[in-house]
Design a protein around this ligand. Structure first.
Ligand SMILES: *Cc1c(COP(=O)(O)O)cnc(C)c1O
Length: 362
């Protein structure tokens, strides 16, 4: 048996061992065709079937209602930051953004290149330690859409519930928490997620888009950057990232076999409870970055008294087989990313290490 690390990387991140083994098994001979999936045409019946099946699995696992399309695009979630305003922000309308941290900020920056934007709500004054209350969000009639970041991967704040935006389309960046729990897709006009956190490897971005959003896309945007191109061509306008889509397919099968979104949520809550408990019972030795009611079940962020101690924590954790616990370079501190594929046992081992480290250093 190969020894697997306790992988808490933020992205690209852990993949289920069963998925990696299945991919290995099929690597040189995909389902008996004598070639790998990377070596065949995307116009072949085998790839078309994979494309269809992966869309169907997304619909099934997320409970996507009729009237939505599932697309597989390239360029990462970061390209979506630009495509969204290019496609949906028309002159005379205003794009509304909820500012919750680093990823929301990047989305806002891109939108500003294309038109008028507004901050519908922000937790900047609270240093992004919570998701702002959106129950009384005021949206002018000329709002093009509302954009939210479901889980701030760097800061560690996650929405508990999504806002009701009435007739204004709600667009969600779910890059780091898609399928971590059941959600009501019908609240959204569009959802997007880079695959490399909770869905597979990098290289593909999943877009779930309500068909009415495709009705009025400007004609003067580059072909590859128009949602209508990819919707009309079933994500086969140009060569798709076949291997990444294949890996997403395997991950979706794994989620299904392991009980779907409900079971993922239950396990993610149990996993992160171990870590948040280790923080909360530490008497201030560890300090959670995010307010309890906005704590993420995907990225657990915490700090210690000083940076020297944090460095020591990272170093010792690495010696004991833990990977990826250093916080993002922009914010410092510590972060454990506990995506669907991270086993309970890894979180248990980390919680034990945290207790042990605290006893030895306080
Ligand atoms: C990682 C991440 C992105 C950026 O994804 P890329 O695929 O690297 O462009 C955007 N939004 C969120 C919430 C993320 O976690």
């Amino acid at each position: 048996m190969t020894k697997r690390a306790y992988n808490f990387n933020a992205g690209p991140a852990a993949l289920p061992l069963e998925v990696l083994q299945k991919a290995q098994e099929e690597f040189v001979d995909y389902r008996g065709i004598g070639m790998s999936i990377m070596e065949i045409s995307h116009r072949s019946s085998q790839y078309e079937q994979l494309n269809e099946e992966t869309q169907a699995l997304m619909k099934e696992l997320m409970g996507i209602p009729d009237g939505y399309k599932v697309l597989f695009l390239q360029g990462g979630a970061s390209t979506q930051f630009a495509m969204i305003p290019m496609n949906f922000l028309k002159p005379g309308t205003v794009a509304q953004y909820v500012h919750t941290g680093s990823w929301a900020e990047k989305a806002i920056k891109e939108a500003k290149l294309f038109g008028e934007t507004a901050i519908a709500a922000s937790s900047e004054a609270d240093k992004f330690t919570r998701i702002p209350d959106l129950s009384d969000m005021q949206l002018p009639a000329n709002s093009a859409y509302v954009h939210i970041t479901s889980n701030e991967t760097i800061g560690g704040a996650q929405y508990r519930q999504y806002p009701n935006t009435g007739s204004v389309p709600l667009i969600g960046d779910l890059s780091s928490d898609i399928l971590c729990r059941p959600i009501d897709v019908s609240r959204f006009a569009m959802i997007y997620a880079g695959a490399q956190k909770n869905l597979g490897p990098s290289g593909v971005t999943v877009v779930i888009i309500r068909e009415d959003m495709l009705a009025d896309i400007p004609k003067n945007i580059p072909t590859m950057l128009s949602y209508s191109t990819h919707a009309k061509n079933n994500s086969l306008y140009n060569t798709p990232p076949a291997y990444s889509v294949y890996m997403v397919n395997l991950v979706l099968h794994w989620i299904k076999e392991n009980g779907g979104a409900e079971a993922m949520e239950k396990r993610n809550k149990e996993k992160t409870a171990l870590l948040y408990d280790a923080i909360d019972k530490s008497g201030g030795f560890y300090r959670g970055v995010v307010e309890p009611d906005s704590r993420s079940i995907m990225n657990v962020t915490f700090r210690m008294q000083d940076e020297e101690l944090e460095k020591k924590f990272v170093k010792e954790s690495e010696q004991q087989g833990f990977v990826g616990l250093k916080g993002h370079r922009s914010v410092g501190g510590l972060r454990a990313s506990t995506y669907n594929a991270v086993p309970y046992e890894a979180c248990k081992a980390l919680a034990d290490f945290m207790d042990d480290f605290r006893r030895r250093n306080s």
